[in-house]
Design a protein around this ligand. Structure first.
Ligand SMILES: Cc1ncc(COP(=O)(O)O)c(C=O)c1O
Length: 341
């Protein structure tokens, strides 16, 4: 069996493992106040060109979203997300469990725009409904699409005009940034967002995410909130060290590029066989629509997840590539696929 199920099937990028092994005997202070964490923060700040960015290391995506969002919002405030947004569909109501409504906006490509958000603001005008106070984006989105820099700027201006925080979930940021046509880079994320997190778990790290808070108001007392929500790791430096490696010699960018290229080979193969896609994606998650009888045969040798039922005989399947996906595995899949048809 070979798995295209997700981008966290393998343990860790070998360069990160080497770094962990070589510092194994080292002693560090706990809870993120150690030298490793501070050095990594400095490296990230330089990359963002934001000397005053506040950076925290957290263990995973859901806990980062729920800790940050519940820190930023007052009890009666709500967060706006695409209907496909991870906080809306795949976090077991984690945000709602902190008392904040997620207002979902129907989208097919996973992306929000000011035009889509305006009706929500028109519907929430007084104290008899929750107050929208934040817009949540993810890049890449949960359906593999990416925001362009112009789209992010438009959302940023709109959010400022309407007193909304703009927060970006970067679980797959290395893949998002690798789409050069989108024109998004670390510096402009730091310029246009109130906060975002740099994904590690799905981008080659063993685990961990780096939350970047840019808005001064949101920086206040975050560590208290983080600790209270169980998000402050005693061994936080293990995540920091991993980001140090990811930010050395452009490894983070390289990983995203590799993941996208491998998924691109799969896309090209499905296209050449005449299959269409549930959403157009040029990143590491692709969603070809396949006949169910083909999927049944494919399942005997490959793992990939069912994404959406298209009709009685077709299903959109998600194929996901990672830092560890080898070109030979894609070629072998393409050969084997001929037998499944
Ligand atoms: C966009 C996005 N955000 C957050 C998460 C949650 O991450 P975790 O499973 O580490 O809690 C995921 C996981 O798939 C994700 O795809």
């Amino acid at each position: 069996m070979y798995s295209f199920n997700n981008d966290y099937s393998e343990c860790v990028h070998p360069k990160i493992l080497d770094a962990i092994v070589s510092m194994n005997g080292e002693q560090n202070l706990g809870y993120g106040v150690d030298e490793q964490s501070e050095n990594t923060r400095q490296i990230i700040r330089q990359k963002l060109k934001k000397e005053d960015a506040q950076i925290h290391f957290l263990p995973g995506g859901t806990i980062t979203n729920l800790t940050f969002i519940s820190h930023a919002l007052r009890t009666y405030e709500a967060v706006i997300a695409a209907s496909t947004g991870h906080i809306n569909v795949h976090e077991t109501g984690a945000i709602e469990a902190t008392g904040h409504k997620v207002i979902a906006i129907k989208t097919t490509d996973g992306k929000l725009t000011p035009e889509l958000i305006i009706p929500v603001l028109k519907e929430h005008t007084d104290e008899h409904a929750v107050k929208p106070a934040m817009v949540y984006l993810s890049n890449t989105t949960e359906v593999g699409t990416v925001y362009t820099i112009d789209e992010i700027i438009a959302l940023s201006q709109f959010c400022k005009q309407n007193n909304l925080y703009l927060y970006l979930d970067g679980a797959r940021l290395s893949m998002g940034l690798a789409v050069k046509e989108a024109g998004v880079n670390f510096e402009n994320l730091a310029e246009y967002l109130d906060a975002f997190y740099i994904g590690g778990t799905k981008c080659g790290a063993m685990f961990g995410e780096a939350l970047v808070i840019l808005n001064d108001r949101l920086k206040q007392n975050f560590r208290f909130h983080m600790k209270q929500h169980g998000a402050m790791m005693a061994k936080g430096w293990i995540v920091a060290l991993q980001f140090q490696v990811l930010f050395t010699d452009n490894l983070y960018e390289e990983i995203g590029k590799h993941c996208n290229e491998m998924a691109g080979l799969l896309s090209a193969f499905f296209e050449s066989r005449g299959y269409s896609f549930f959403t157009p994606s040029n990143t590491n998650q692709i969603f070809p629509i396949l006949p169910n009888h083909v999927i049944r045969r494919m399942r005997e040798e490959y793992i990939a997840s069912d994404w959406a039922v298209i009709d009685e005989t077709h299903t959109a399947v998600r194929f996901c590539t990672s830092y560890a996906t080898k070109r030979e595995e894609i070629e072998r899949f393409c050969e084997r696929f001929e037998e499944f048809i």
